[in-house]
Design a protein around this ligand. Structure first.
Ligand SMILES: *[C@@H]1O[C@H](CO)[C@@H](O)[C@H](O)[C@H]1NC(C)=O
Ligand SMILES: *[C@@H]1O[C@H](CO)[C@@H](O)[C@H](O)[C@H]1NC(C)=O
Ligand SMILES: *[C@@H]1O[C@H](CO)[C@@H](O)[C@H](O)[C@H]1NC(C)=O
Ligand SMILES: *[C@@H]1O[C@H](CO)[C@@H](O)[C@H](O)[C@H]1NC(C)=O
Ligand SMILES: *[C@@H]1O[C@H](CO)[C@@H](O)[C@H](O)[C@H]1NC(C)=O
Length: 449
């Protein structure tokens, strides 16, 4: 009823963050009322468990695992504050299993995470394998049959899936303290690559609702609140697949790098909702794709660009184009900036949080073969796919994990091109992961004889 009055439901489509003060108050009031009814008295204490913290759960018959169980790998810091923090982490997976994506619980859960973030001591630091926690995932919990429920129920993912990891990054995330924390990490994993002023001026312009949430309000999927996504890799397995129609029938289509559709519509479709790139690789894609007809990042109405910035150039580029200044050349090598087909606005861009990139490297594609390679990172395709797993409710995957001997490297190749393994990625571990995800029923991977 309270939700009806205040239209809480809209939060599911991204307004959550902007309304969070109202919602925090509501959730707390609601929490106190029910707590009082159930327990008979209201206590203002340090709350240790979800059952105590979110009192509706007092009635639920499911067990709550110890808060640290299965999570010790992310919480091995010796700092006393870290121990304290780890003790207070909610067991979100148990919570979500028990509640079937109920709005009331979502509010209470979000309020709790925000409260804990606010209570965090200012000298709090994370080590390399640790990530801040964030309420973003709550905005992606509208579908009862979501792939994320399966991730939480399948024990294989206990050490992989972390719901509360931050997904996107935007203006509210910038602070001097956060700069210092993230400046410890190189490449796509942090902000070591750029000065505080470069990062802050770019992030300050990422201030639209669209920057806080993957999907657009006006493109919300059907009544069940479930979004279906097709994630398209560029593997040669798509050549002759005739999957184009099926791919286009999804609510959203993710593409990456040389995302060529022209001339390949029958096999790969025409729709592009998200074009993903590790910014600098965008100019590589345009250079290497030009001979196949790929001259610029794709454009169609409503397309969104998802970037994983690796160097200062990306941040400099974004702050320049968002404030109507000429796009700069790459300061490192003088390379000219990518030319988009229309003027890019903040609304068109999503930046992936550096913590999310480190989380993928450490938990999803922790490569032993590359453990001494300093510049090892997940491939852009892998980041795109894991991002879809954290935001879409149904994930169908095409152009990944095909045979390297049977199929050419890319679907748009004009002559057979042999697969090449580069040191900065581990295509074998990624391939094994996609097959495992498929076998466990998490994704639906396109395969063929
Ligand atoms: C995590 O650490 C706690 C305390 O250090 C220990 O009791 C528990 O067994 C550990 N859990 C796992 C899964 O290693
Ligand atoms: C959500 O949970 C609350 C608290 O248990 C309950 O009162 C409410 O009916 C639930 N809503 C739905 C839609 O199940
Ligand atoms: C975002 O920032 C720009 C530039 O500072 C400003 O003009 C605009 O009003 C801001 N938009 C919102 C929604 O705050
Ligand atoms: C990655 O794997 C290695 C060995 O397989 C292990 O020692 C290390 O702890 C793992 N790292 C993480 C973050 O899980
Ligand atoms: C793509 O598939 C066609 C048959 O459908 C084949 O003739 C062609 O050689 C393939 N291209 C490459 C680069 O393997």
């Amino acid at each position: 009823m309270i939700c009806k009055l205040f239209n809480c439901k809209s939060s599911g489509h991204g307004r959550f963050i902007s309304n969070r003060v109202v919602r925090l108050v509501l959730a707390l009031c609601l929490g106190m009322t029910v707590y009082t009814l159930v327990i008979g008295t209201f206590k203002f204490t340090t709350i240790q468990t979800i059952r105590e913290r979110i009192p509706f759960l007092a009635n639920k018959a499911f067990t709550i695992r110890p808060l640290t169980s299965g999570r010790n790998d992310t919480l091995h810091s010796t700092a006393p504050q870290m121990k304290e923090e780890s003790g207070n982490l909610p067991n979100i997976d148990t919570l979500i299993q028990g509640i079937a994506f109920n709005q009331t619980y979502k509010d209470a859960l979000a309020a709790d995470i925000e409260r804990r973030e606010a209570q965090r001591p200012s000298n709090w630091r994370l080590s390399d394998a640790q990530y801040t926690s964030d309420t973003q995932f709550v905005n992606y919990m509208n579908c009862a049959t979501s792939v994320r429920k399966k991730l939480l129920l399948e024990s294989f993912f206990t050490k992989k899936y972390l719901p509360e990891v931050p997904i996107l990054i935007w203006n509210k995330h910038y602070s001097q303290e956060e700069y210092e924390r993230l400046a410890q990490f190189r490449s796509i994993f942090g902000w070591k690559v750029a000065s505080a002023s470069v990062i802050s001026s770019a992030l300050s312009l990422l201030n639209t609702t669209s920057n806080t949430y993957m999907f657009d309000h006006d493109r919300s999927p059907g009544q069940d609140g479930c979004t279906s996504c097709a994630v398209i890799g560029n593997g040669g397995i798509l050549n002759g697949s005739k999957m184009g129609k099926e791919i286009d029938s999804h609510d959203y289509v993710f593409r990456v790098n040389v995302a060529l559709t022209k001339g390949h519509e029958e096999d790969v479709g025409t729709k592009t909702s998200f074009y993903c790139a590790a910014f600098r690789s965008l100019s590589n894609s345009v250079m290497s794709g030009a001979r196949y007809g790929f001259h610029a990042p794709p454009y169609q109405k409503g397309i969104r660009y998802v970037f994983f910035p690796k160097t200062d150039w990306a941040y400099m580029f974004l702050s320049a184009v968002f404030s109507d200044k000429p796009a700069p050349r790459n300061p490192a090598d003088g390379r000219s900036p990518p030319k988009f087909q229309t003027k890019l606005t903040a609304n068109d861009v999503k930046l992936v949080h550096p913590d999310f990139e480190r989380y993928i490297r450490d938990r999803w594609v922790n490569s032993t073969r590359r453990k001494n390679v300093e510049f090892y990172r997940p491939s852009t395709g892998a980041i795109m796919l894991i991002l879809a797993l954290h935001t879409c409710d149904k994930v169908d995957v095409y152009g990944f994990a095909g045979s390297f001997t049977k199929y050419s490297e890319y679907y748009y190749d004009t002559a057979f091109r042999k697969h090449v393994s580069y040191l900065n990625h581990d295509s074998d571990i990624e391939k094994e992961l996609w097959i495992q995800l498929h076998q466990l029923g998490i994704i639906n991977l396109y395969t063929r004889e």
